[in-house]
Ligand binder design. Structure first.
Ligand SMILES: [Zn+2]
Length: 323
């Protein structure tokens, strides 16, 4: 910890009604004190959210009887996962797969094949429940149920969490820290990993922290590929080559700036043949990029945790008084 004012600590403006200001932005893509390992100029994580049927049936229990919809989702663990594992093997890339506990229980063989191929397993809720409107107790119960399922089916205690729909409540980071999670990968305010302060007091004078590996919607395949009539998507479906071009532009730019590229794909979407081919081209380019560290989220989080970074506090928003 340096003598600098803690980031996010705010500035007293002296005004009675104005919001407390958030401290200065990062002037560099890297936060103070951050560096990559020697010889590394940027990093990339290829991540897969193995949602299967969970996001559909959690919102629409009636869909449990809709075979068309169910098979659209089952394509992920049944067909997409084996094809993606073959691709990752060809490219010699270890990826991170975020899994709802319920999906592990429903598709144990598919999930064990991911684990047995040496990829990282992260937690993605129990039934892909959104955070909006949930109490902290409800969120805690879902986390515990998800962890129990992943332990039971896979014998894995995940070090990482990704929020379903990337919905993160103010309570969640503390709940993650209490359960020993090393990192989260759901927030969107940076191009590099950082230390996130959680709300409870840490064991020492510093707040307890987890590592955050930020994501962004443009590096997610859902909006570009998903289409289920009446459920999700507009009917416009991206051409894989166009999506690969968009992702490549972000990869190249983040490499130039020394950032972290976190790509999020869903096996039920990006496990389709032409999409795997396009993803393979992106991976090939990443592999050929000098100084790019391609790693699991857990590896990036462990590196980040080893640095003496100032914790970032996500301070409460003060709404202006009504007029
Ligand atoms: Zn998901």
């Amino acid at each position: 910890m340096t003598a600098r004012k803690r980031r996010g600590a705010g500035t007293d403006t002296g005004a009675d009604t104005g919001p407390e200001s958030v401290s200065e932005p990062w002037r560099d893509p890297m936060p103070p004190g951050f560096r990559w390992p020697d010889g590394v100029r940027a990093a990339a994580c290829f991540t897969f959210d193995v949602d299967a049927e969970s996001p559909i049936v959690v919102d629409r229990p009636a869909a449990a009887d809709w075979l068309d919809v169910l098979t659209h989702q089952a394509y992920g663990p049944r067909t997409g996962v084996p094809r993606l594992l073959r691709l990752l093997d060809r490219r010699a890339i270890r990826a991170t797969f975020f899994v709802p506990g319920w999906v592990a229980e429903r598709w144990p063989d598919a999930l064990r094949s991911i684990r047995d191929a040496g990829h990282e397993i992260g937690c993605h809720g129990y039934m892909h429940e959104g955070s909006r409107g949930a109490t902290a107790d409800e969120e805690a119960a879902r986390l515990d149920r998800a962890l129990a399922a992943l332990e039971s089916v896979l014998g894995v205690r995940p070090g990482g969490y990704r929020a379903p729909m990337w919905e993160v409540s103010r309570s969640l980071p503390e709940l993650l820290a209490e359960r020993g999670f090393a990192y989260d990968s759901s927030l969107m305010d940076a191009d590099h990993p950082y230390r996130l302060a959680v709300t409870r007091e840490g064991p020492g004078p510093e707040p307890a922290t987890i590592v955050e590996l930020p994501v962004q919607w443009a590096l997610d395949d859902w909006e570009a590929y998903a289409y289920l009539p009446g459920i999700t998507g507009s009917g416009w479906i991206a051409r894989p080559s166009e999506l690969e071009k968009r992702w490549r532009a972000e990869l190249d730019a983040l490499v130039d700036e020394g950032g972290l590229f976190v790509l999020t794909n869903h096996p039920f979407l990006s496990g389709r043949a032409s999409r795997v081919a396009a993803l393979g081209l992106l991976m090939k380019r990443a592999r050929a990029t000098e100084g790019l560290w391609i790693a699991t989220c857990g590896e990036i989080a462990a590196w980040t945790a080893s640095l003496e970074l100032e914790p970032v506090e996500q301070r409460p928003i003060e709404l202006p008084p009504e007029r």
